[in-house]
Write a protein that binds this ligand. Structure first.
Ligand SMILES: [Fe+2]
Length: 200
């Protein structure tokens, strides 16, 4: 991904706090903006992992879990059609739709090196942690005869060390994201394997 700094660090309107969109609306937006099925699957997988993390690890209520899920679902929504302006386009769209500023900030900070926005709260930090790793784990599932069946943390860590495997996955970003949280990389990998495999 090339660098396209957003040039600002404040997003959305504080008055919109708590404004979520129904999942159906987010899926409709995704279908419209992202014709590429593989890319849509990536966003659905990150969304499932984000939702599960909120519920299991953050003690989130249903509404907060939906917030995490929406951030995952929409984080790359403009990438296919506007690669040079990712993620400015989706951010401005969500601001127009008066979405909760936390979701918009989360999306804006999912690649600090590229967008120039630092992850602040746990939701920001976890989407950054999950994004690249989720892609690598899915790529690994596609090359394994059994897919996700029998996949373990050790195998994923091996692929992670193999720079030529899923070479577009930034190992640097994964290390940087892991350094910002208290959970071990092993636990994160196990959590992703468990929660994204059912997503089709
Ligand atoms: Fe992504």
């Amino acid at each position: 991904m090339t660098s396209h700094h957003l040039g600002r660090t404040v997003f959305g309107n504080p008055a919109n706090k708590g404004n979520l969109m129904p999942l159906e609306e987010a899926h409709a937006l995704l279908n419209e903006w992202v014709p590429n099925e593989k890319l849509r699957l990536h966003m659905k997988q990150v969304a499932a992992v984000m939702k599960a993390w909120a519920l299991e690890k953050e003690g989130a209520d249903e509404k907060t879990a939906l917030k995490w899920e929406l951030a995952g679902l929409l984080h790359d929504a403009d990438w296919e059609k506007n690669p040079d302006e990712h993620c400015r386009v989706i951010i401005e769209e969500l601001e127009r739709r008066n979405l909760d500023p936390e979701i918009i900030h989360c999306i804006a900070s999912h690649g600090p090196r590229y967008f120039g926005v630092e992850p602040e709260n746990n939701m920001d930090k976890m989407i950054y942690m999950f994004d690249e790793l989720s892609g690598l784990i899915h790529a690994y599932s596609l090359m394994r005869p059994g897919g996700y069946a029998g996949m373990d943390v050790k195998g994923v860590k091996k692929r992670l060390k193999e720079k030529s495997f899923a070479a577009n996955v930034s190992r640097e970003d994964i290390q940087d994201a892991a350094a910002r949280i208290d959970t071990s990389l092993e636990e994160i990998i196990g959590f992703i394997i468990k929660h994204q495999q059912a997503v089709q």
